[in-house]
Write a protein that binds this ligand. Structure first.
Ligand code: DX5
Ligand code: ZN
Length: 230
């Protein structure tokens, strides 16, 4: 896969964190059949966040099972050190946290060297000024709408001004992603604020019918986007 699917159009990215880890390939195939083109992969190291999820081995094992765009969200310290392992595992986009490094430009350069798209993420408490110096250098900005580390938390509406500000700054070739607490209700607010890439973990994999849940979120996101930009 080369570029992000959809060229600026709304995309809902199911987050595998909420899936049943005993049958990952099946879970991935289910959302892909439902029409998902982007899979959000949450990598946690137990240091940057107080939880451990999975590493590059799981990404590599899933790669041959899916044609989806692998949106890899690194919630880890020393992201530059591990970028190559995720690139080799088959990540298409590698997103690192601005709070996890003192040398963001070097991390961006390393991910570019590996031939992958680059995203930068910021925690709810982090101001957008922290990423401003590298804004033009990234393909995607990921705004966290919960404190990273766990799925199933409540959406934090106080991050919406950051989404609005970023929408005004980012170019057409850049994506604006939001992650945490998105469901059929909160999705309206994030789309209205300007997000075009919506992560949904428990609202997809935590439901009885993943395909129906994905379809509902995706349809709703497109409807709201059309209302905002007719
Ligand atoms: C949180 C992760 C999220 C998480 C979202 O640290 O980055 O991607 O899976 O889960 P929900 O949608 O359940 O809030
Ligand atoms: Zn995430």
């Amino acid at each position: 896969m080369s570029g992000f699917p959809g060229k600026g159009a709304m995309r809902v990215a199911p987050s595998l964190l909420a899936a049943d880890f005993s049958k990952l390939a099946e879970e991935v195939a289910g959302v892909e059949r439902a029409g998902a083109e982007v899979l959000h992969l949450d990598v946690m190291d137990g240091r940057f966040v107080p939880n451990i999820s999975f590493g590059p081995g799981v990404v590599a094992d899933l790669r041959p099972h899916s044609r989806m765009y692998f949106d890899t969200h690194l919630m880890i310290e020393e992201p530059g050190r591990y970028a190559e392992a995720f690139a080799q595992a088959g990540a298409d986009l590698i997103t690192f946290h601005i709070e996890a490094t003192n040398a963001p430009e070097e991390v961006v350069a390393e991910i570019r060297r590996l031939g992958k798209s680059v995203g930068v993420s910021l925690n709810p408490a982090t101001e957008v000024s922290a990423i401003e110096p590298i804004l033009e250098k990234v393909d995607l900005v990921l705004v966290m709408s919960v404190r990273p580390g766990f799925g199933g938390q409540s959406f934090m509406p106080e991050v919406l001004p950051k989404v609005r500000w970023l929408r005004g700054k980012l170019g057409d070739h850049q994506r604006l992603e939001i992650d945490g607490g998105i469901d059929v209700e909160t999705i309206d607010h994030v789309v209205r604020a300007g997000a075009d890439t919506i992560v949904a973990g428990s609202a997809v994999f935590g439901t009885e019918d993943h395909a129906a849940a994905y379809a509902m979120l995706s349809t709703r996101a497109r409807q709201v986007a059309e209302e905002v930009m007719p």
